[in-house]
Design a protein around this ligand. Structure first.
Ligand SMILES: *Cc1c(COP(=O)(O)O)cnc(C)c1O
Length: 447
């Protein structure tokens, strides 16, 4: 236990850099073994410390690349307990008490989005599997069990997992429509309406409209109320992929930009992003819980007795997973210990840092930053063009205090800074501004 405590202290004190790939090949050669050479725990923990120091450091406050998965330490405590207990939460009667705790977490998340009591959901490995589960539910509800073909609508900014889920679920890739986005990188609702009308006039059935509440590229939030109205008129299921943005409903600003999310037929949300859980905690919620159960229910004699009244829902009836980890304990423990307030505060700060960065970039003619952040992601580039932007990325990341990533939109290369960590604070923004040659550019009164 002492060795583990020392190891935890070492991990949590991990300072700069935010990424380090030096000497990676030598280290990989050392780690690559065909058979396990035995060792003692202290020396194995030393090896893990040394090996994990290379690559990207998600625990670093300056990790602003991709969508950060910050992993608060309370998750490790919960996982340790869950693995020790090793109770089965896939069916209600095996461990009714632990199944109740897992279900509580799903219910709390459903309530966070304003979903009604009859909503159901499961915790998943992440947003990709959540999107897959929602897509399968939508297809079953709208097209029936045997009929696979119908059209899906999303924007070119939607996460690639939607397209992948469609393919894996047997939807013809030719029936996945990419709807144009407006100046704010949000779904153009008129274009959605036109695409649906064109399909209907050719006898193609629209069955699913996927809206993004926080695109991975830029954090853009599709106009949920208006797009959902158009979708519903055609009979399509409305899914909101809020894997990244969902947690912002805890803030006033987030509730405003995601207005209408409570009316969506299903929602994807990743606690491992906006609620700072460690990797492997996603969630899918379905407003009409029965539709989710009908799409996933399996029956077999060896799973009797199933569905006893007075117990929490049988999670395996709502998911492809049968044996599952007790994932929910991470969030259960965090929320029981701290409540929602620290999460809300951290999210407000992360958004404010994004707003302040954007303001500083707009005021500096060396940079282009045409989109004000809708959530906590800032997209910008060097005014000198793609090559200059590429060099800027290399320079900033080599500095080691922060880590950015890049993307392509509208035929141009952009850098992304996504603020989404309970460890990220004003000092992080100061480091980034300094790395961009803009120190002292924080707005007056900040901090
Ligand atoms: C991250 C993300 C996903 C995929 O989630 P994983 O947890 O990585 O599987 C899907 N959609 C959006 C909008 C995301 O940001």
């Amino acid at each position: 236990m002492e060795q583990l405590t020392a190891f935890a202290e070492q991990v949590l004190s991990s300072g700069p850099p935010a990424s380090d790939f030096s000497g990676i090949h030598e280290l990989l050669a050392e780690l690559d073994e065909a058979e396990p050479a035995r060792g003692e725990l202290p020396e194995l923990l030393d090896l893990l410390t040394r090996a994990s120091a290379k690559g990207m450091n998600h625990l670093h406050p300056g990790f602003l690349a991709y969508i950060p998965v910050a992993g608060a330490p309370v998750n490790a405590v919960a996982d340790f307990v869950a693995a020790l207990l090793n109770r089965y939460v896939g069916v209600q009667w095996a461990s009714p008490t632990m199944a109740q705790l897992e279900w509580n977490v799903v219910r709390w998340l459903a309530a966070m989005f304003g979903y009604p009591e009859e909503a159901r959901g499961v915790l998943t490995s992440g947003g990709s599997f959540a999107n897959f589960t929602a897509l399968v539910t939508a297809r079953h509800a709208r097209l029936g069990a045997g009929h696979l073909q119908g059209a899906i609508y999303q924007t070119d900014q939607a996460h690639m997992s939607v397209e992948r889920a469609a393919r894996l679920a047997g939807v013809d890739p030719a029936l996945v429509r990419f709807v144009a986005t407006d100046d704010g990188l949000r779904m153009d609702v008129d274009a959605l309406e036109e695409a649906i009308e064109a399909d209907v006039s050719r006898g193609i059935e629209p069955f699913l409209v996927v809206l993004s509440a926080g695109t991975t590229n830029s954090g853009a939030v599709d106009p949920i109320v208006d797009a959902a109205r158009v979708a519903r008129a055609s009979g399509a299921w409305v899914h909101v992929d809020a894997a990244y943005g969902g947690a912002f409903v805890l803030t006033e600003h987030g509730r405003e930009v995601m207005r209408g999310i409570d009316e969506a037929d299903s929602i994807t949300f990743d606690p491992h992003k906006g609620l700072f859980s460690s990797m492997g905690l996603g969630c899918v919620l379905v407003r009409d819980g029965e539709a989710m159960r009908r799409a996933h229910m399996g029956e077999h004699a060896y799973l009797q007795p199933a569905g006893q009244p007075g117990l929490p829902p049988n999670l395996s009836d709502y998911s492809m997973e049968l044996t599952r980890p007790f994932r929910g304990l991470r969030l259960w423990l965090a929320l029981k210990l701290y409540g929602w307030e620290p999460f809300r505060q951290a999210l407000e700060l992360n958004r404010q840092l994004a707003v302040d960065l954007h303001r500083a970039l707009v005021a500096d003619d060396r940079y282009e930053a045409p989109w004000a952040p809708q959530l906590s992601t800032v997209v910008f580039r060097d005014a000198g063009g793609d090559e200059a932007t590429e060099r800027l990325l290399e320079g900033v990341n080599a500095d080691g205090r922060v880590l950015l990533s890049s993307t392509r939109m509208r035929d141009r290369l952009w850098l992304r800074a996504c603020f989404l960590s309970h460890r990220t604070d004003r000092a992080t923004l100061e480091d980034l501004l300094d790395a961009l040659g803009m120190s002292g550019a924080q707005p007056p009164g900040a901090g």
